[in-house]
Design a protein around this ligand. Structure first.
Ligand code: AMP
Length: 139
């Protein structure tokens, strides 16, 4: 597979599609997942073109995982989950649906199951409010 520069996340990075942003720096962008599997489900994308973890350069991956930890810490403070799941899917057989390198941050609560992947649309006002809470806690 070759990288498609018109994939959804590339368009979000270029500002051609909207996103509910939580954090941004030179190399990465974090925003709310619009089909959240848990309350507070947030995505971190590398701004560098790459299909998945296997094909992404070390420096870009390092930046993405640093931002993932930074945002996960903010999610932890903002939402006080019982745990935080980090996911990263490579190729369709693993469930990947957007072919641009990214990490999922999914806060988890005891007794609450994950919702289906990329299936149930968020209530936009709810994830906008969650994004504000998380962004406030970014250090
Ligand atoms: P993956 O299947 O690992 O590639 O994850 C892609 C994720 O992107 C899924 O969890 C989708 O719900 C999410 N998603 C798809 N389109 C958008 C969008 N426009 N804004 C935010 N999240 C999106």
């Amino acid at each position: 597979m070759t990288y498609d520069p018109d994939n959804i996340f590339a368009k979000i990075i270029r500002g051609e599609l909207p996103s509910i942003k939580v954090y941004e720096d030179d190399l990465t962008l974090a925003f709310m997942d619009i089909n959240p599997q848990t309350r507070g489900h947030t995505l971190v994308v590398s701004k560098t073109a790459g299909i998945d973890l296997l094909s992404t350069e070390d420096d870009d991956l390092a930046a993405a995982i640093k931002t993932t930890r930074k945002v996960a810490r903010a999610v932890d403070k903002a939402l006080s989950p019982d745990g935080i799941m980090i996911a990263q899917l490579n190729r369709a057989a693993a469930g990947q649906t957007v072919y641009h390198t990214h990490f999922h941050i999914m806060p988890r609560w005891q007794g609450t199951e994950l919702k289906l992947h990329n299936t149930i649309p968020a209530v936009m006002s709810e994830i906008e409010e969650l994004a504000r809470k998380i962004a406030t806690e970014i250090e």
